[in-house]
Ligand binder design. Structure first.
Ligand SMILES: [Zn+2]
Length: 190
């Protein structure tokens, strides 16, 4: 059983060419290795995988065998999508206003409003947009995602050099923890 995904994501509008370069960089720092034969956007872990994440427990129990078993840890690329997507999972709780930390009661309706359309927080009046809501590391808005399986929520964090590698092309990355099933909702832009 897969306990969850450490999910790295960027909201930068990457082209496919930028994605190919990013995959090459991740191969060269040995986060990832050969793609799985059946799914070219899904990769086995590389030799330095355990050096590029900091695990909170004393001995990480991540299954790294490359035997193609569904329980093996793999890294999957989702995207790039032309429109921003909200990623969330079974563990995702309602988001909070970044200012007053209350959950806007209409947050689900907010998802259907345009990304760049601001609304006032019903509690504190602060201007908020879908992607400025605080998803408490249980969700996020991006157009390219890297999901690392077999990671419990909060169990591992990416080290600075991994984030620098991702951000080498000028994009800015963040991470969150998602438990399956992964749900992607396209957000409208106007
Ligand atoms: Zn507020």
């Amino acid at each position: 059983m897969n306990p969850g995904y450490l999910t790295l994501f960027t909201a930068s509008h990457n082209t496919s060419a930028a994605i190919d370069e990013m995959v090459n960089r991740l191969e060269s720092i040995q986060l990832i290795e050969a793609p799985l034969s059946c799914t070219p956007q899904q990769f086995h872990t590389g030799k330095r995988f355990l050096q590029l994440l900091t695990f909170m427990g004393c001995s990480p129990a991540v299954p790294l065998e490359q035997n193609g078993e569904p329980e093996s840890c793999t890294i999957k690329l989702l995207g790039p999508y032309s429109a921003p997507q909200l990623i969330r999972g079974s563990n995702t709780r309602p988001p909070r206003c970044p200012n007053c930390r209350q959950t806007p009661q209409d947050w689900e309706a907010q998802l259907n409003t345009a990304m760049n359309q601001t609304k006032n927080c019903p509690n504190c009046g602060e201007l908020i947009t879908v992607d400025s809501l605080n998803w408490r590391q249980q969700g996020g808005v991006g157009n390219t995602f890297l999901t690392i399986s077999q990671v419990f929520p909060g169990e591992a964090v990416p080290v600075a050099s991994l984030m620098h590698c991702l951000e080498e092309d000028g994009s800015s990355w963040d991470y969150c923890y998602i438990q399956g099933p992964i749900q992607l909702d396209e957000l409208s832009i106007r």
